[in-house]
Design a protein around this ligand. Structure first.
Ligand SMILES: Cc1ncc(COP(=O)(O)O)c(C=O)c1O
Length: 431
């Protein structure tokens, strides 16, 4: 299909392509990938520290995944959601085995945004009202219902259509909104959150939605007692707790789910991204004592796409066989140890957050004033590309000064060395 392609064909395609991407176009035409490496059409290789929006935890085109999918599609590709398929039944069984606590019911969606809308609907079936609590810089998607649950989008044309939301400050300890220090603060932010919910909302909210570690909104790692305190607060207020584990799930932080890491089970867990190993598959997990969906509440033509489910089954099997949770912990420590060494030498590294391969490096112009250095984060992306490393960057939200190192969990030590070499080269260049 791709033989005899000319530059003119590609340019015509570029001109025809409307908006809708995540941000600035990255000048790289992808050819193929292998493990943690992506190759462009010129044959240049890049260590990919984005795992393509943190989806490819098992790396690019794992041979076992490719074999499972290509073998399967000889049987069928698409089947309507009303039918049972082997992939759907086996995957549901597997997810319930891996899910934290008493979460034992699975439903599926095709994007993170519609999975979060599923969580909203599950909560609304369970409790009265339609007001939700979310964190200042949480990110839950770009559909009309999820936009407003995410960080404020001033003057955004679509906000008026969105869900009713009460936003509360998050435990962003590096820049504590209350100017306090953890643990002496005794989580004053949770007390404030409780008061805002009790006194600042025009009706008792239905649920609180949050990421257990905030990804797009600044890679904010919360202190270990924050999630249990939020759980307790929700129970006291009688509101449900939704964890959006779309980024944190399936090994990124060295455990199947961050809920496990922080010993806190939500009422509804939202999952996706790395579940399908590169195929679109998202969903919700909750307990059977909840009312759940009525027929037609949350149904999409391709939501039970069998091919993605086969991919997910192969993906989870590979993660177990290759011990990738442990690998995330080992390589996470490798990167954070090295970053801490660099922090001694370079003023620009303000804060290093993790754990596992969910790493965010907050760049500052001055370590004392903590003045953000967003231009430096952008430079990391540009200079990294030149040197064969793809870094992630937080461009949209407020500060925009975070470099992300979130590669496939299969990244090797040698590849890690290369990433850190390039990281230091860029620090030197910018210092
Ligand atoms: C935590 C989180 N929730 C929701 C979403 C939205 O997912 P999607 O882009 O598939 O709608 C994302 C995507 O980056 C995410 O990181």
């Amino acid at each position: 299909m791709f033989d005899n392609i000319t530059e003119a064909d590609l340019e015509a395609g570029r001109n025809a392509l409307g908006g809708g991407g995540v941000g600035n176009r990255i000048p790289l035409v992808v050819d193929h990938g292998e493990g943690a490496i992506l190759y462009d059409r010129s044959g240049k290789s890049y260590v990919d520290c984005t795992a393509q929006a943190w989806c490819l935890n098992i790396g690019y085109s794992h041979p076992k995944m490719v074999a499972a999918v290509t073998d399967f599609i000889k049987n069928y590709t698409h089947i309507r959601t009303s039918f049972e398929t082997l992939p759907k039944l086996l995957l549901s069984k597997k997810i319930v085995e891996l899910a934290p606590g008493n979460l034992d019911q699975v439903t599926y969606a095709l994007t993170g945004s519609d999975a979060n809308e599923g969580a909203i609907k599950l909560a609304m079936r369970e409790r009265p009202g339609d007001t939700f609590v979310s964190l200042f810089d949480g990110y839950h998607g770009r559909t009309l219902a999820t936009l407003n649950l995410s960080w404020p989008h001033p003057n955004n044309r679509f906000m008026s259509w969105s869900a009713h939301v009460v936003r509360v400050p998050q435990a962003y300890c590096y820049r504590c909104p209350l100017g306090l220090k953890h643990p002496e603060c005794k989580l004053a932010c949770v007390d404030l959150t409780k008061q805002i919910i009790q006194r600042g909302a025009s009706e008792p909210p239905t649920a609180m939605i949050m990421e257990p570690m905030q990804g797009n909104g600044g890679m904010v790692e919360f202190p270990p007692d924050y999630l249990p305190a939020i759980r307790k607060m929700c129970d006291e207020l009688g509101i449900l707790l939704i964890f959006d584990e779309i980024q944190t799930g399936f090994g990124r932080m060295g455990t199947w789910f961050a809920s496990e890491l922080y010993n806190t089970v939500p009422d509804i867990l939202v999952m996706g991204k790395a579940l399908g190993g590169g195929f679109p598959l998202f969903g919700n997990v909750y307990n059977h004592n909840m009312k759940g969906f009525s027929p037609g509440d949350h149904s999409f033509t391709f939501a039970h796409f069998p091919v993605a489910m086969v991919a997910a089954l192969a993906n989870l099997q590979i993660m177990e066989e290759e011990n990738l949770l442990e690998r995330a912990r080992i390589m996470g420590k490798f990167f954070t140890d090295r970053l801490k060494e660099l922090q001694q030498k370079y003023e620009m590294i303000g804060d290093i957050r993790g754990p596992g391969l969910m790493i965010g490096v907050e760049l500052v112009k001055d370590r004392k004033t903590k003045e953000p250095a967003p231009e430096a984060a952008t430079q990391f992306v540009h200079e990294g590309l030149k040197r064969g490393v793809i870094f992630g960057e937080s461009k949209y939200l407020g500060l925009g000064n975070i470099v992300k190192i979130k590669p496939p969990l299969v990244i090797t030590e040698n590849q890690g060395e290369k990433v850190m070499e390039v990281f230091e080269e860029i620090l030197q260049l910018l210092s």
